[in-house]
Ligand binder design. Sequence first.
Ligand SMILES: [Zn+2]
Ligand SMILES: [Zn+2]
Length: 341
Amino acid sequence: MPSTTHRVARWMAAQGWYVHPLAPGTKIPPGNCPRCSPKNAQYIPHATDECRCIEAGGYCHGVRAATTDTDRIDRWWTAEPRFGVGVACGPSGLVILDVDDHADTEAPANGDYLPGVELAEDVTASAFGSGWDTIAALCEVRNAPLPWVDPPTLTVLTAGGGLQAWFRVEDADRWHPGAGQLGWQLDLRAGRSYGIAPGTVTAAGEYRAQGDCRTVAQLPAWLDADLRRTRHYREPEPERPRRSARQMLAAIQRPKGPAYVEAAVRAEVEQTANAASGTRNATLYSSARSLGRFVPAGHLSEAEVEECLMAAARAAGLSEGEAQSAIRSGVRAAITKGATA
Ligand SMILES: [Zn+2]
Ligand SMILES: [Zn+2]
């Protein structure tokens, strides 16, 4: 007769959720084998993606070993029926909102229980005793029901008096975990963090499903927006059209001035736009320095240099902020050097 957690693990896997063992009586995975433990003499350096133990059906590296494979699950939980069940968020397409009930946690240093959210004037620090109050205050501002209530979704009462509400998301691998970014005593489990399945027993008690809902709802739109606002979602990189230097030059404003200035602009734009990855930032900086030399003479303005090289940097795939600081420091360096030469 399989244990409770063995049955839960099987059931979760049947829903398409990736499970891994938790050491009996705890909420953390069992330790790695000696070959996978960096502090051990028998450690063999390896990337987790290439772990032979996981390949061979082992459960080293905790959440990274999570699986939906019933043979593995049966083997793991038969060997140790008291294992708890972790559920890997990212691979399972889930994010889990963690509402904590830590009476001993100190208030936020700046008194900001819900960063970036305008609270009503009569809501003061005394209104916040735990994460339950924080989520209630957020719902009030958003004029929304508690996110696990409507529509209902699988919700787990934690052994410590908190709650974990499970939600489905698209692009689960773009979501990442956070502790307290959304609000005081509100955490998000996502990506490579894991939720704890009902039936898991720790020293504090048992994790239990609340009510009878066993399905997982889509993350409510308003909470989705608040979690993105508080940086739990990594936007996809913009498409990188690989534009030729010729197309680049057509797109940028043609600089006024002597022909050699224009030739220099063309050359530097071309170089930056086609820089190999790994050298892009250095190339951009050096191009900015070259073109910066024309600024004191009035052949190019700083804004023109920035505009030309920015277009080239975008084509090379550099991020806006990264490119801007490289350009500005390159131009500054050229101007300073010109002034002291
Ligand atoms: Zn191992
Ligand atoms: Zn390993």
